[in-house]
Ligand binder design. Structure first.
Ligand SMILES: C[S@@+](CC[C@H](N)C(=O)[O-])C[C@H]1O[C@@H](n2cnc3c(N)ncnc32)[C@H](O)[C@@H]1O
Length: 237
C-alpha cells in the first residue's frame, strides 16, 4: 500500500520520497479483512478490477457504500448481479472510452490492434466502459428524439410486450409503451427521460419486468432474434 500524507518539500508534487510503502500482511486480495479495512478508509475507489471478479467487486463497493469509478466490460451491463443495480439507479456508465476501446500501458502482450488503433507500448482492449455512482452531467442530458413511431419500422416482439428499436438514436419520440433498445443505450441514459423496465434474455425469472410472454428468451421479431435488449419507457409521455 502506498501512503501519501501531503507535500513536505513545498513543491506541491507528490515526490517518490514523500510516498511511504507499507507492506501488507496478506496477499492484498480485495476480499481479505486487511483490504476491507483499507477500503473502509477510502472516500472514493478508482480502479480497473479483474473482469472475472467484476460482479463480486461491485457488490463489495455497494455494500461498503463507496463512491467509485471503475472499469468493466460492456457485457457486465446485463449480468444478473449488475443489471438490477443499473435499473435501480445505483450504478451507471461514466464517460466512455472512444469507440469503447481502451489502451493500457503494456509490456507483456503483443498488441494485435489494426494500424489506426495501435498505440506504441500499449494494448488495446475493446468493449470496455467506466462504471460509476458519481453524478455526472451526461446523466442529466436529454437525448433529442426525432423519429415518429410506425409499426413497420418498429415491429412488436413475438415473445415480449415491447417494440424493437434497433438503434438508440432512433427511439421514437411519441411511443408510450415498452421499447427494446441495444445495450449501448446505457451510454445515453438519463433517468429523468427514460425508465428502465427490464431486459431480454433473462431466463424468464424476473428481469424482463413482466414483459416476457414465454418461448425463446431472445427478443424475436419477424421470427428473427435481436441482440440483447434493454426495455425502456419514455417517462415524459
Ligand atoms: C485489469 S488489472 C488492473 C491493474 C491496475 N489496477 C491497472 O489499472 O493497471 C487487474 C488487477 O487486479 C489484480 N487482482 C486479481 N485478482 C485480485 C483479487 N482477488 N484481489 C485483488 N486484486 C486482484 C490483478 O493482479 C491485476 O493486477
Amino acid at each position: 500500500m502506498l501512503e501519501y500524507t501531503g507535500d513536505k518539500n513545498g513543491n506541491n508534487v507528490p515526490d517518490i520520497e514523500e510516498i511511504g510503502i507499507i507492506q501488507l500482511n496478506g496477499d492484498g486480495d480485495f476480499r481479505s479483512e486487511e483490504s476491507i479495512e483499507i477500503l473502509k478508509q477510502a472516500d472514493i475507489v478508482v480502479t480497473n478490477p479483474p473482469f472475472s471478479l467484476f460482479r463480486e467487486y461491485v457488490i463489495q463497493l455497494i455494500e461498503y457504500e463507496k463512491d467509485f469509478l471503475i472499469i468493466g466490460h460492456q457485457n457486465a451491463i446485463t449480468y444478473k448481479e449488475i443489471f438490477p443495480l443499473i435499473k435501480e439507479n445505483k450504478i451507471w456508465l461514466g464517460y466512455g472510452f472512444k469507440r469503447n476501446m481502451a489502451h493500457f500501458i503494456n509490456k507483456h502482450y503483443e498488441d494485435y490492434a489494426t494500424d489506426a488503433d495501435h498505440k506504441e507500448g500499449m494494448i488495446r482492449v475493446s468493449g470496455v466502459q467506466w462504471y460509476t455512482n458519481l453524478d455526472i452531467s451526461k446523466r442529466h442530458e436529454k437525448m433529442i428524439l426525432y423519429k415518429s413511431y410506425n409499426s413497420e419500422e418498429y415491429p412488436q416482439y413475438e415473445n415480449y410486450d415491447a417494440i424493437e428499436v434497433s438503434k438508440t438514436k432512433e427511439i421514437p419520440m411519441d411511443y408510450k409503451g415498452a421499447m427494446g433498445v441495444p445495450v449501448t443505450f446505457m451510454n445515453k441514459y438519463n433517468p429523468e427521460q427514460f425508465e428502465i423496465i427490464g431486459m431480454g434474455e433473462d431466463n424468464g425469472i424476473g428481469h424482463s419486468g413482466g414483459l416476457w410472454k414465454g418461448g425463446s428468451k431472445s427478443c424475436l421479431y419477424n421470427s428473427k432474434a435481436a441482440y440483447k435488449r434493454i426495455f425502456i419507457r419514455n417517462r415524459e409521455l
